[in-house]
Structures are given as structure tokens and as C-alpha cells.
Design a protein around this ligand. Structure first.
Ligand code: ZN
Length: 295
């Protein structure tokens, strides 16, 4: 249901597994019921392992674990559905973490005293190895969520640009609708295309960028490595990037689906107004508001 809501019943552009990762790790931080279920099953396995003093644990040991322990016991044909599910999760996670010992080590790290934290186990099950380099670039807290979302798709090359549609066999020909001179790809739209380059250059002039480029790879690398501090101008530059991507993508869609075309100046104006209205309407200190008015 959540997936259908997010993608509006169209083809999902990013896998659900990735979406459930935290934003810091490249996802959207959506709750994963499946992973939580695994974490809850692991908690049960752990309290059975610790022989916690409760009637149900005693019953489990008396009925299922007379000659074995919870990590070795085999599933039998007439075991209950719940018991079979528990052992299924156990086997899956032993395979994932390599051995019973390493699984036990991980679970012991999620304990505070004798109590195991399901949310701690959940985080370990969900977290990939690396933080996404572009986390700050995409998810700056002053950017509009819809601008960040489109940037999040663009940065992972998941926007349905014509090069991808051709690859899927949906389109036969690929021609950029902004300049009509080159094939459309993410790198071309942001901001190699002469139309987008005009818009992006206006944005860079406006915010007095000292380092300038219209090449997608260079821009993203520069943002990820040099523009990640919390100063107002850096936040503003991150907001300007996500807004530019959003408005150019919207213009591209207007041209394809509604046969409407606007001039680069109009797009730049929309970017500026969206940034202005956010800064002026949010709880920013007065000196920041004066600073943006002076730009
Ligand atoms: Zn173009």
C-alpha cells in the first residue's frame, strides 16, 4: 500500500528495499514491516537462548528443545506454524551473517543489560555499509521536500529520461525537448543542455558561485565534497541546486505532456521565487532574510 501510494500505482523507480534504508544511507527512511518482523523474531530467539524466566519460554524448552538448543534444533513436520517461521528467520539470518556465533555477537550488541532492543536489531538488519555521499546535498533541511525527492531520483539516475525509456523499449527515438539537438539523459538535462545551462548560469550568477560548472558529475562531486557545511550560503546553494533540478524537470515534462514551453528567464524566476518564499516565510533570523533580499 505504501509503495502504491508513493509511486501512484506506476512502475516503482527505486526498489522498496532501498526506500526503507535511512535517508543517510540513500533511502527515504520508510518503515519496513518485513524487517521489523525479522527483528521481533530475533528477539524471541534471543530470549529463548537466554532461557528468560517466563511461562512461554519454559513451555518452548519443555516441548521443542528437550534434546537441543535454539540454534541447532531442526524443524519437524508437525511443528506449529509460528515455530516454523521462527526457525526460518533464524536460518536466513545465520546464512546472512555467516555463522551462529556472529549472529549471537550482533544480538548481544543490541542488549542493554538482559533486555534486547528490537529497534537496535532493526537498524542493524536494515543498514548498508556506507553513508550516501550525497546525503547533505539532497536532503538539506531548508530544501522543499518535492525538490529533494526529484534530486534524489536524479542523483541515482532513476528519473525516466528518454535514454532510459529507449533502453526499456518504450521509446524508439531520443531527442531532448529543450534544445532538440542532443539525446536526453540525466547528464544532458542537468545542465549540459543549452537551455538548462542558461538557467543554471543565471542561478550561479545570482548566488555568486566562485566555482562554476554545468557538468553533472563535476557539480555533484563539488557539492558532496566542498559544499557540505551548515553556513547559510552553503545551505542556500544546496537549495538552489535542488530547486533548479526540480524546475527544469518540470519544464521538460510540460513540454512533453502539455506542449507548453517557457523561456529560461521564466524558469530562473520560478526558482528564485520558490527560494525567496521559503526563506521569507520560515523562521529564519531577520539578518538572513535581509541577506537574501540584498542578493
Ligand atoms: Zn537539450
Amino acid at each position: 500500500m505504501c509503495s502504491e501510494f508513493l509511486w501512484n500505482q506506476k512502475i516503482p523507480l527505486v526498489s522498496w528495499k532501498s526506500i526503507c534504508k535511512d535517508k543517510k544511507y540513500g533511502g527515504l527512511g520508510v518503515f519496513s514491516a518485513k524487517t521489523w518482523n525479522c527483528a521481533a523474531a530475533l528477539k524471541l530467539l534471543w530470549i529463548i537462548h537466554l532461557k528468560k524466566d517466563s511461562l512461554w519460554i519454559k513451555w518452548v524448552h519443555g516441548n521443542y528443545l528437550q534434546q537441543s538448543d535454539i540454534w541447532q534444533v531442526h524443524v519437524k513436520l508437525n511443528d506449529s506454524w509460528m515455530w516454523k517461521q521462527l526457525l526460518k528467520v533464524r536460518d536466513k539470518l545465520i546464512r546472512r551473517f555467516g555463522s551462529v556465533n556472529s549472529l549471537q555477537n550482533i544480538l548481544s550488541k543490541c542488549c542493554i543489560g538482559e533486555k534486547i532492543s528490537i529497534s537496535g536489531v532493526y537498524r542493524i538488519l536494515l543498514q548498508p555499509d556506507q553513508v550516501a555521499a550525497w546525503y547533505n546535498t539532497v536532503w538539506d533541511n531548508i530544501s522543499y521536500p518535492k525538490h529533494s525527492f526529484v534530486t534524489w531520483l536524479a542523483i541515482q539516475s532513476r528519473l525516466l529520461t528518454q535514454d532510459r525509456l529507449c533502453g526499456m523499449g518504450i521509446l524508439a527515438a531520443n531527442q531532448c525537448v529543450m534544445c532538440t539537438n542532443f539525446p536526453e539523459s540525466c547528464g544532458h538535462l542537468f545542465f549540459d543542455c543549452q537551455f538548462s545551462a542558461l538557467v543554471w548560469n543565471m542561478v550561479m550568477d545570482w548566488l555568486k558561485f566562485s566555482w562554476r560548472s554545468c557538468s553533472w558529475g563535476y557539480i555533484i562531486n563539488w557539492y558532496n565534497s566542498r559544499l557540505k557545511r551548515k553556513g547559510f550560503m552553503e545551505k542556500l546553494k544546496r537549495m538552489a541546486l535542488t530547486a533548479s533540478i526540480y524546475w527544469i524537470w518540470q519544464e521538460r515534462n510540460f513540454r512533453i505532456f502539455q506542449s507548453k514551453a517557457r523561456q529560461p528567464e521564466k524558469i530562473f524566476r520560478a526558482i528564485r521565487i520558490s527560494i525567496f518564499s521559503k526563506i521569507m516565510n520560515d523562521n529564519f533570523p531577520i539578518h538572513i532574510k535581509e541577506r537574501i533580499q540584498a542578493l
